[in-house]
Design a protein around this ligand. Structure first.
Ligand code: PMP
Length: 369
């Protein structure tokens, strides 16, 4: 019998991406607080653009391969030169392209020890070695990252705010990182949750982009804009970096409906501001409830994103808390595979949902003693 096709060893090393769950035992539907989606949906303008496009658009035609109108909208809103923007099938596609373009076998891809679970996969995909920089109490540590740069480091990935921790670095720390990363190492600041930070908390990376040849900043419409189903992200950086991403991305990577919806969504910054404010209020309510459970070993990591990492350092373990939440109808993320067996990442839903989560965790903590 002929041999079966053999996967390349570096592809064999990949742990497939694990998406957030929305069902429990026996397929029972759960409230999905496991994928950092927006519980407030998207802007009515985006919804109208989707409906309108479905009625009038011609699905037989390919979308604009350059997403020009959408890129013009992004350029206007953020004050960026059009030539420095590329759109992707989510920012996920652009992360793939960035690592693929600049790292390969024998190279190192560096990121904080707890980061977006896609990052190690990206390194393995190109045969590079993922290198983890220790964090300081679940927050990225600029000095620890700089200390781990070697002659083999080709790409540094930093999600700010960080997923799954929710923690974030301020403008001073980001400026120091940008300043000290060697010019021949690509630094990607992944701002998937950037819209959830108050304007005063902006990390300055977008503004820094125009002056650096080795900095890419990425954003997505999947989170605060509430368009995850449409798969739209974008990146900005120096033209040679954008050129590299353009070579590798899919030719028609953003659907026609996605381009229309995202452009319409950009025009409704009030929706984004409401998402941010509602999320912050519900997050604060949950964090305050859990703060009262400090004696039971529960602790939350300060978050600037639409989720919070809860640490279980007492009698109630994260696995039991996860089970209690599932029993109560909620799917959240338990992350033992990411080195966080003692933590749950809970997406911020509505205030009512956060009230219920708080009650379920309080009861479980008291029961565990
Ligand atoms: N970066 C981070 C930190 C994320 O958490 C996510 C989504 N979970 C992404 C990028 C990718 O999002 P998308 O591909 O939907 O734009």
């Amino acid at each position: 019998m002929a041999d079966a096709p053999r996967m390349k060893p570096w592809i064999d090393a990949i742990h497939p991406y694990v998406p957030g769950r929305s069902t429990g035992a026996g397929g029972r539907p759960l409230v999905k607080l496991s994928a950092n989606e927006n519980p407030f949906g998207c802007s009515p303008l985006a919804r109208a653009a989707l409906a309108d496009g479905n009625a009038q658009g011609n699905p037989a035609l390919y979308p604009d391969p350059d997403a020009r109108a959408l890129r013009e909208g992004i350029a206007r809103l953020h004050g960026i030169d059009l030539a420095r923007i590329v759109c992707g099938t989510g920012s996920g596609e652009l992360l793939h392209c960035a690592v693929q373009a600049f790292a390969g076998q024998g190279d190192e891809v560096l990121f904080p020890e707890f980061s977006f679970s896609l990052y190690p996969l990206l390194a393995h995909k190109v045969g590079a070695t993922p290198v983890l920089a220790p964090m300081a109490d679940y927050r990225a540590d600029v000095d620890a990252m700089l200390a781990r740069i070697t002659p083999r480091t080709r790409v540094i990935l930093l999600d700010n705010p960080n997923n799954p921790c929710g923690s974030y670095l301020g403008a001073d720390e980001i400026a120091r990182l940008i300043e000290q990363v060697p010019a021949d190492v690509l630094l990607v600041i992944d701002q998937a949750y950037g819209e959830y930070l108050a304007p005063a908390e902006d990390d300055g990376a977008l503004a820094a982009c125009s002056g650096r040849g080795n900095l890419l900043v990425m954003r997505t419409f999947s989170k605060a804009y509430g368009l995850a189903a449409e798969r739209i992200g974008w990146a900005t950086g120096a033209p040679p970096l954008i050129d590299a991403l353009n070579r590798l991305r899919g030719a028609f990577n953003v659907s026609a409906s996605g381009q229309r919806a995202a452009l319409a969504a950009l025009a409704d910054q009030a929706f984004v501001a409401r998402s941010r404010a509602e999320t912050a209020a519900a997050r604060t309510a949950l964090v305050d409830t859990l703060a009262a459970l400090g004696n039971y070993g529960l602790r939350t990591v300060p978050s600037g994103a639409n989720f919070v990492l809860v640490l279980f350092e007492g009698s109630l373990g994260a696995a039991d808390a996860h089970a209690a939440l599932e029993e109560g109808g909620y799917a959240v993320r338990h992350l033992p595979g990411q080195g966080l067996p003692h933590a749950l990442r809970i997406t911020i839903g509505t205030r009512e949902q956060m009230g219920e989560i708080g009650r379920i965790l309080s009861d479980a903590a008291i029961r565990a003693g």
